[in-house]
Design a protein around this ligand. Sequence first.
Ligand code: ADP
Length: 192
Amino acid sequence: MQKQFILIFGPQGSGKSTQAKLLAHKLGYKHVSTGELLRSLRDKKDPNGLELSKYWTKGDLVPDQLIEDILFKVFEKDTSQGIILDGYPRNINQLNSFLSKAEIHNWYIDKAFYLIVGEKECVKRISKRVGIENRVDENEEAIKRRLNIYYKSTEPLIAEFEKMGVLERIDGEQTVEEVHRDLYNHFPNDSS
Ligand code: ADP
């Protein structure tokens, strides 16, 4: 069966997860957040998950192969028509392995939404949620590392998505409702 993938990416604090959830709900698709997946594996005391938490709690990426072993199983098991994916791919290697896997399984990237939010606004939003969400990777050091990795490894994907013809730029500095409206406007034929 053909499976549609909608990617949402942007810097830390850009609102990816919030928007991915809203869009998945509206379209009736499955939402997969790699960050949530990693946090829940650790909370369940899954041995793999505990091992992986050594990386992400410091703000480093977990090794590509390890996140993909987990993720590809989730994708393969899922029976929904589409997946809203937040947090993957995060670098060129991950994009390439996704694309080879996609070829075998008849998966395709329908859209890659890039939420544009300036660095100042991102830092402001992250500081606001510290203390509310209590994420271990939201201390100053880990946030700095995550933002650095984002600009160095994830932003170069913009050009790749552009070449593939799937890139959609969205102004992420608007209200949650306005950003959601802009995303949903890209699905004019949705009847849900
Ligand atoms: P954010 O996007 O704000 O960094 P996430 O909740 O998406 O937050 O991710 C939290 C952490 O999980 C990341 O900092 C990283 O360590 C790890 N992670 C998430 N997705 C990936 C991925 N695709 N590859 C490697 N590590 C990942």
